[in-house]
Design a protein around this ligand. Sequence first.
Ligand code: SAM
Length: 293
Amino acid sequence: MVRSLLSRYGKRPTHRWGQNFLVHRPTLERIVQAAAPGGADLVIEIGPGLGTLTSALALQAGRVLAMELDRDLENLLAETLAGLDNVEVRYQDALAVDWRQLLAVEFAAGPWREVKVVANLPFYLTTPIITRLLEGELPLTRLVVMVQREVAERFLALPGSKAYGAITVLVRYFTETTPVTRVPPTAFYPPPNVESTVLAMEVRSRPPVDTPWREMSPVIRGAFGQRRKTLANALAAAMGRTRSEIEAALRLAGVDPRRRGETLSLGEFAAVTGALKTDCAGSPSHGPDGGPQ
Ligand code: SAM
């Protein structure tokens, strides 16, 4: 069916945009179930493709706003989404969108109970778009995304494992993420070379640590920037501080300077960030008048 739909529009799947279309109905239903779109919810879908997931979401959501990069799908989507008057497709790059502005406009027209992002994401887009959506601290409540299995493993990794990285810490800071289902290549047309996983990412209303992300982020990037170095060396190089300054801050945070970045938990990154800030002031915390706080 997908094949004949594509051929009627003279369309071939574009590999570089990750066009592997979901054809396995039970998987599609699991995604919709995990997103649980309600009549008062706005769902933003990234990459509607042939509109299969889009129309299933539209049957339950208040509104579906879909962003599709490929203009060649315009006539095809007009056919598959015909009659669904709560769906709007915009032909644009999800990475180039000003999400804050978009959501402000949507809420002005709302009011939406929740805004959820649903996407069967192309590999190249996964990390940049998830990073942008989470770091943007946007009023989103849930992301339900299909990603390559290895990427899902990175999102869910534990400290000290090979898959644990800066993206793991980011995902943990902003969301509570759980796997929904594993998806084999046969669930897609054309089948990709890799397995996929659907993830439900519940956006936290408060992060699990008090440290602002903008303060933690350079420390995390520094720690993971050079994985073969000890934490003290990696942070000294990345943050332009002396090794002894960094070592003092790490000790203050209760973290052994010889450890490697990939062994630190989110809580330890928060403690190191706090200690580096304190240490930066020359001596323990100075108040606005220069005196100790
Ligand atoms: N949602 C459909 C499905 O599940 O069958 C299609 C998923 S397909 C894996 C990925 C879709 O994302 C394609 O339609 C592709 O054209 C679109 N896409 C790729 N890069 C994009 C971008 N930067 N912005 C918006 N859409 C993009």
